[in-house]
Design a protein around this ligand. Structure first.
Ligand SMILES: [Zn+2]
Length: 193
């Protein structure tokens, strides 16, 4: 894992802008300590248990707590804020419980207000906070001409993936957009027939 100061930019995820780091602790770097309310802790546990995961939202393998080497995690938590998306490693819960870490107040506020992560509202909130899960990592995760994939195949793969993701995360929008296309293509629905 990498070290990022709390509330600073997190560029672990391919340099995607707008991600704000919370809880990326590493041995050798100071971190704030203090009490975290039971309500925040409980909500954080629920969110971690049900966290939104695509292959590219996880670490490439396990990350071990470098403060004690007694805990490890692989997932990351994406929490929509007012105008940013916070990203915290799974180990944040361990850092709070075992090392007394106190995350920033605006992050804890966002945690308490975060919709369930399998809900439409969660993905809508992510998108309005600046992270669109339907196009986030699509262009880079399918290779490019340098990797031997032809531009046509790459374009088709990206289009298919955007379609798959939009059906998965925004099914109503996806269906209405698709229905519109079908309606226009239907000769029976045209005027003057
Ligand atoms: Zn630890």
């Amino acid at each position: 894992m990498s070290y990022f100061p709390d509330s600073g930019p997190c560029d672990y995820f391919d340099g995607r802008p707008g991600l704000v780091a919370v809880g990326w602790l590493e041995a050798g770097f100071e971190f704030p300590v203090g009490d975290v309310s039971a309500a925040s802790l409980e909500k954080l546990e629920v969110l971690l248990h049900t966290s939104w995961q695509e292959t590219w939202t996880s670490f490439l393998g396990w990350h071990e707590c470098s403060l004690c080497n007694q805990a490890r995690g692989s997932k990351n938590l994406f929490i929509p804020g007012i105008s940013c998306v916070y990203v915290a490693p799974e180990l944040i819960l361990h850092y709070i419980k075992a090392h007394g870490y106190k995350p920033p107040g605006d992050f804890l506020q966002a945690v308490e207000e975060c919709p369930p992560q399998d809900s439409q509202n969660y993905f809508l909130a992510l998108r309005s906070a600046g992270l669109d899960p339907t196009n986030w990592w699509v262009p880079t995760c399918f290779g490019n001409s340098e990797s031997g994939v032809s531009p046509e195949d790459h374009k088709r793969a990206v289009e298919n993936e955007v379609s798959r993701l939009s059906l998965k995360y925004f099914p109503e929008e996806h269906r209405s957009a698709t229905a519109g296309l079908y309606a226009e293509a239907d000769p029976g629905s045209g005027p003057g027939v």
